[in-house]
Write a protein that binds this ligand. Sequence first.
Ligand code: ADP
Length: 297
Amino acid sequence: MQKNQKEESCALKESSKGSACKGCSEKEACQSKSQNENELIEKTLKKIKYKIAILSGKGGVGKSTISANIALYLAKKGYKTGIMDVDFHGPSVPRILGISEDKAELTDGKIISVKVGENLKVLSLGNIIPDIKEAVIWRGPVKISLIKQFIEYSDWEELDYLIVDCPPGTGDEPLSILQLLGADTGVIILTTPQKVAVDDVRRSITFCNRVGNPVLGLIENMSGFICSKCGNIENIFGEGGGEKLALEMHIPFLGKLPLDANVVKNSDSGLPIFENTSQPVMDAFDDIMKSIIEKTK
Ligand code: ADP
């Protein structure tokens, strides 16, 4: 995983689209290495039946929580599943899955992912860097280069599903990730019902339409707060914004997940949100997952 200085500087120059290679004495060796890399990435991705990227124009809407739980749910249903956490500035998937103390090992030229149960393999920077509390300050091309290495050196082998927790926004990073994963990667868009989130997320849908990846649907998270004492529903972030957006943008609506303190409690304890939370959360998540499985059969 450690890149030497030469590779690092090339990664930083990647954005200049090859012009930085002009006159470089190692151009040929470098280009053949890059071709090998691409072949290896293609070979790895070919072994995966369905790739799903979770995108959101806005941060803090529950992307990591939902990504981790989608992966865990699929694994518990018996599907061989991988999750790749490439939200490098906030790799929270390990905490949500209760594996933040585990370390991914680097052996025999492979990154040995952390396992959760029988069927889930997790690849996250949170299990690689020594101190997750340290801020990660990397420029885009370095991050893309690291994502390539995640795929290239992964130990996934055959998978039914690969879930990718993408960085928020519609900038270079999600774009490069989708390009790397391929045009057959399905996208799930996440939003809260709040207008500011919906506006950002509208851009995510336009972005997918532009790059041509199929949108599996939209999930509205934090949709209505359920009082644990009286069961009353309070629409803290507004109501139905995601559902309306799905209708407006002609994409499937996968469902609403309520805002519920049990989601926070379970996620902080490394427990699933689809077990031992509240009935509305468990029912909603179950419906969303049935819909996702149906669409990816
Ligand atoms: P993102 O990855 O979009 O930044 P996170 O998954 O880290 O968002 O979630 C942000 C916070 O919101 C976390 O504290 C998480 O536990 C909480 N959260 C996510 N979904 C819900 C929900 N449905 N109800 C209550 N809290 C939630």
